[in-house]
Design a protein around this ligand. Structure first.
Ligand SMILES: [Ca+2]
Ligand SMILES: [Ca+2]
Ligand SMILES: [Ca+2]
Length: 207
């Protein structure tokens, strides 16, 4: 059994993938594709959790549906770019070789994204078709539900199924700490690949 904290970390980390990680990964294309634009990735401006539009610390069914759809749309856009880049002979499919190369690249740069893609792309063609999309929305919503449960278990002191007053404050603090930790991890990762990131930044600055 994983500890509660670790689980929260993992889930919040995955939730935060919705913003920073997608931006990060998309901003670091291979040198061969400098023209790929970074999509406008909305920062989770609303509540302290991405998707929590009313800021009550819980992602209800309506919020979850919207959050899942958004996350899937981002994921599809991101995957389409990865696909295009990986499809070196431009025949619209990834050969075993192209596929292996992309997998290896993601494994090194962003294993969490790879894991997420592999969970959703069940027929392993590096595309999310309609059927996979339906399943993906359900999977993302189930993750959100799990996240709600963990947050309530940890912060809902009076067990009324809501976070109010000090409960909400504590949950916010917890989320902030988790965000800093996630960001620190990203800084560390950036530091591990200064050439690529530095190169990209300079290119961007000159545009
Ligand atoms: Ca909410
Ligand atoms: Ca697929
Ligand atoms: Ca409560």
């Amino acid at each position: 059994m994983m500890t509660k904290t670790l689980l929260i970390g993992t889930l919040l980390g995955v939730a935060l993938l919705g913003a920073s990680v997608w931006a990060e990964e998309t901003a670091a294309p291979a040198a061969a594709a400098p023209t790929v634009a970074t999509p406008a990735v909305a920062a989770p401006a609303e509540g302290f959790l991405p998707g929590d539009t009313n800021g009550d610390g819980i992602i209800d069914a309506t919020e979850a549906q919207k959050a899942a759809e958004m996350r899937l749309a981002k994921m599809k856009a991101h995957l389409a770019k990865l696909f295009e880049r990986a499809d070196t002979n431009k025949d619209g499919v990834l050969s075993a070789e192209e596929s292996a190369k992309l997998e290896e690249q993601l494994k090194q740069n962003n294993p969490k994204i790879l894991e997420f893609i592999q969970q959703l792309d069940t027929n392993k063609d590096w595309k999310i078709d309609d059927q996979e999309s339906v399943a993906a929305i359900e999977k993302i919503k189930a993750n959100i539900q799990k996240q709600n449960e963990i947050i309530l278990k940890r912060y809902d002191e009076n067990k009324d199924g809501k976070l109010t007053g000090a409960e909400l404050e504590n949950a916010k603090k917890g989320a902030d700490q988790m965000k800093s930790r996630v960001q620190e991890r990203w800084q560390e990762r950036k530091a591990d690949r200064p050439a690529r990131q530095g190169g990209m930044k300079k290119e961007k600055a000159q545009e």
